[in-house]
Design a protein around this ligand. Sequence first.
Ligand code: NAD
Ligand code: GDD
Length: 411
Amino acid sequence: PDAPPRPDAVDPLYPDLEAEFTVSVSAFSYLISVLGGTGFIGSHVAKRLKEETSSHVIAADQYAPMPGHLPLEAICDEFIQCDLRVKSNMERALRGCQEAFLFAADMGGMGYLAGNDFEVASWNIQITISFASVCIAERIEKVFFASSACVYPEPLQKHGHAFKLAEDSAWPADPQDGYGLEKLFSERMLEYSSNETSTSIRIARFHNIFGPNGTWYGGREKAPAAFLRKFACLRELQFLKPHKYLQDHKNELIIWGTGGQRRSFCYITDAVDAVLLLMNSDVTKPVNIGSDRDVSILDLSHLCEESFRLAQSTGAEVPIEEPRLQRFHDTEGPIGVDCRSSDNKFIKETLGWEPLTSLEDGLNQTAVFIVEQHRLLKKNVLKSHSMEDWIRFNQQGVFSTHVLQTRGPVT
Ligand code: NAD
Ligand code: GDD
């Protein structure tokens, strides 16, 4: 039985999108299940598993991929569309598997997590409990859990602290919000299950992962994708300026907070390398997967502006107006912790991993993706919606104030 859909589960552009995809599986196949397999990190991991192993890869998710995300043929041999909070669905997704990756979670940037603690924590704990109990019952050999840098104590992430977060600083606990508390509890619960059964556990604490195929509009997007989208939308509004609705258009980028907050950002291909190294290692303690190069959010906005200019210079109808965009600081916006970066000493020592892609190169790749998706979205929206809807989207980054989509791109 599927649980009823969430209010935000329906993309207004694709209300009926579902997928059926399966190929036959022999009794001798090595089965790997990727839960949350059509999401951002999950789909990139599943794609690498499909490309690089001879295993039968199952992807399970509440949503089929939207056009513009990695297609099912690229990521899996079998797709199961279901709500993984429901134990019988989890059983279906894990039956006969030797390995399982848990990426499914209610997830977003600060614009989504702030003030949404109950919704997020209660949704995610249901998934993890269902996951842990089925892994034990099915005697899954090895499981991967996607945890977060949000498990670290908030007081360590204030301005003035040496805020590179090492794995052993997570306890005593004082994590960020309901999202971080759930992740920390789930880590510990999975460790207990591993101590008491034959299941072996791998835990990654991701620090702001970005790149193509990540959420870029709808309210859940994180800072890099949000800024790149805002640039694409500002350019579009400049283009539409003569329109009667746009007389009060302000040519400025809105940044939440002073921009003095600091974060580190890790490109998706590097993160996937680390996930696969970790899974194939014997490291059972939680491990940071992130970059240790922190930048201020204001600097990030300048890097995004450069990447956007580069990406749109190839296909743009209208260049962004000079002089350069102004910044407007929305001090009421959700800010999260002051400063956060990854301490990579442990992962370097144990797995020999460090990120290879510079922030600039990663942003350039992401900008190309978002510029292209923005162009395709316009084509699609104008087929079925009004120009007013399109203008509102470019002003607000959502189609309706009541819809927080997990997905976006269209062809
Ligand atoms: P995402 O939102 O792109 O992917 C999550 C996927 O889980 C989505 O496809 C969603 O549909 C699916 N899902 C959610 N609830 C479900 C349910 N009940 N049943 C079935 N599917 C469900 O997010 P992501 O960025 O790929 O994150 C993957 C994991 O990594 C999450 O656990 C997240 O908390 C963690 N993480 C990510 C980051 C990051 O920067 N991306 C940072 C820290 C932690
Ligand atoms: N999303 C977003 N959008 N953030 C903005 C914006 C904007 O338009 N303007 C400024 N910011 C600032 C936020 O206020 C925050 O201080 C910083 O940019 C980073 O915000 P996010 O990228 O949304 O999230 P985060 O880094 O605080 O937390 C994310 O990373 C964690 C792992 O490190 C979240 O995605 C968590 O879910 C994740 O676990």
